[in-house]
Design a protein around this ligand. Structure first.
Ligand code: PLP
Length: 440
């Protein structure tokens, strides 16, 4: 309560805007996940690793725009590329040279030869699901309980914690994750636990010849951070292919945040399709689908029309090219790994010193603290994570000048290529204050 009072007192400008916004923006925000408690925060600008609210407050930005902030703010290479392109035209609905360069970069990094672009993670996974169905001529898809793939019908199933009767762990129920999704579409999405190959094998047997493919986050990142166990991703590929079904890695969140070639290169498992968005765009709206010669070749032959007025938008292409050539560099990954090593070591120690049960988990530039006494292997473990501390942690960080994603149980922080030791110092000092206040 004390931290919430401080929060509100520091931000009169946000409070007055929240009141005005409520009259014209539904719920006072532009996306339901922009709601923060005790009130929404209005930002004025960002620079480097920092963002600034309308009351002049400065924050180390570890929210990272829900994972789209790998470049940090106003990165010189992005500014230069976008300014150059904006003066030469913002939209043509025809491909540009940058689109070829970007596809060449992605093909090299992800080991998948053919690419198309779209405008969000949701569009990318929607196209991937359509394409798996079109290519195989089958309707059913398999998804993992707790994975989020955007807000289109086929994947809005069994996503968020505590949404309803989740059923037995080895045979999860298909739980609608949003209103407005017809039951007939939900029923086409079969659900399995993460890291459970047997469940996939069983579903493929039970629905022989009917499963188009499976979509999953290769590292789960909408349930904290849950890595795949050894052999899981490769095993999925083998199983699905043996049944004539396809594998899609949704790398919208992982992507360049976990390495130059995403989780795909990191684990050395080549799926049929990869979806990308947030991590590649330098903060611009973007999406991409890459795939094998066979499956994306089907698109090339007109087997599936992957379309969109703004696909391959020149501004977006210029920004992604700048990310590929100047942001997502070997040096940047080394710097981020060093900062994360500091964070992990310090947090482990702070949790122990203050008698709190929890574990920092990092993957590349992404990190979170999971308040549980054991590693989280799947969504069922994740449901047992103690959620009492996340909001308090968020408030302590916010009031201490660090902006984290507000949904602390599910979301991760993101280090950008512009964060430095001083930013990490501020984060760690706030964490210690939080741990001292709530710890035993
Ligand atoms: N896929 C994953 C793994 C995501 O985390 C998200 C968004 O959080 C999406 C897809 C949807 O992306 P967007 O919000 O750009 O539509």
């Amino acid at each position: 309560a004390e931290q919430e009072r401080i929060f509100v007192e520091r931000q009169p400008g946000s409070a007055s805007r929240a009141a005005r916004a409520g009259a014209v923006l539904a719920g006072g925000v532009t996306s339901s996940w922009q709601i923060t408690r005790p009130q929404p925060v209005w930002l004025s600008h960002g620079a480097g690793s920092k963002i600034y609210d309308v009351d002049g407050g400065e924050y180390v930005d570890l929210h990272g725009g829900y994972g789209a902030g790998l470049a940090g703010h106003a990165h010189p290479a992005i500014v230069e590329a976008v300014q150059r392109q904006v003066a030469r035209g913002t939209h043509f609905a025809q491909p540009t040279d940058d689109a070829i360069a970007v596809a060449e970069h992605l093909a090299g990094r992800f080991g998948l030869p053919l690419w198309r672009f779209c405008n969000s993670g949701t569009e990318a996974t929607m196209d991937a699901v359509h394409l798996m169905r079109a290519f195989t001529g089958r309707d059913l898809i398999v998804k993992v309980e707790g994975c989020y793939h955007g807000h289109h019908d086929s994947v809005q199933v069994s996503v968020t914690p505590d949404v309803g009767d989740v059923g037995p762990a080895d045979r999860p129920n298909q739980v609608p994750a949003s209103t407005g999704i017809p039951a007939a579409i939900r029923d086409l999405t079969l659900v399995v636990g993460f890291n459970d190959l047997d469940a996939v094998a069983r579903l493929l047997e039970e629905h022989r010849g009917q499963v188009a493919g499976m979509i999953l986050e290769p590292i789960m990142m909408n349930a904290g951070i849950i890595p795949p166990v050894d052999g899981y991703l490769a095993g999925l590929g083998d199983l699905l292919h043996a049944h004539g079904a396809l594998l899609t890695f949704d790398e919208v969140k992982t992507g360049l945040t976990v390495g130059p070639g995403g989780a795909t290169a990191r684990f050395g498992v080549r799926p049929d399709l990869v979806t990308l968005a947030k991590s590649i765009g330098g903060g611009l709206c973007c999406g991409a689908v890459g795939g094998s010669a066979e499956v994306m070749g089907f698109v090339a032959e007109g087997g599936y029309d992957m379309v969109g007025t703004f696909n391959g938008n020149p501004l977006t292409m210029a920004a992604i090219r700048a990310v590929m050539e100047h942001v997502s560099t070997p040096d940047a990954y080394d710097r981020i790994a060093t900062l994360h090593h500091r964070i992990e070591t310090h947090l482990d120690d702070s949790l122990r010193r203050h008698g709190l049960v929890g574990k920092p988990v990092v993957a590349g530039a992404k990190g979170c603290v999971t308040f549980l006494d054991r590693p989280v292997r799947d969504y069922r473990d994740f449901l047992e994570v103690d959620d009492r501390y996340n909001h308090a942690h968020w408030l302590f960080q916010h009031n201490g000048g660090v902006f984290l994603p507000p949904w602390g149980k599910t979301e991760q922080w993101l280090l950008s290529v512009q964060h430095d030791d001083a930013d990490v110092d501020r984060f760690l000092a706030n964490f210690d204050r939080f741990a001292a206040a709530v710890g035993g």
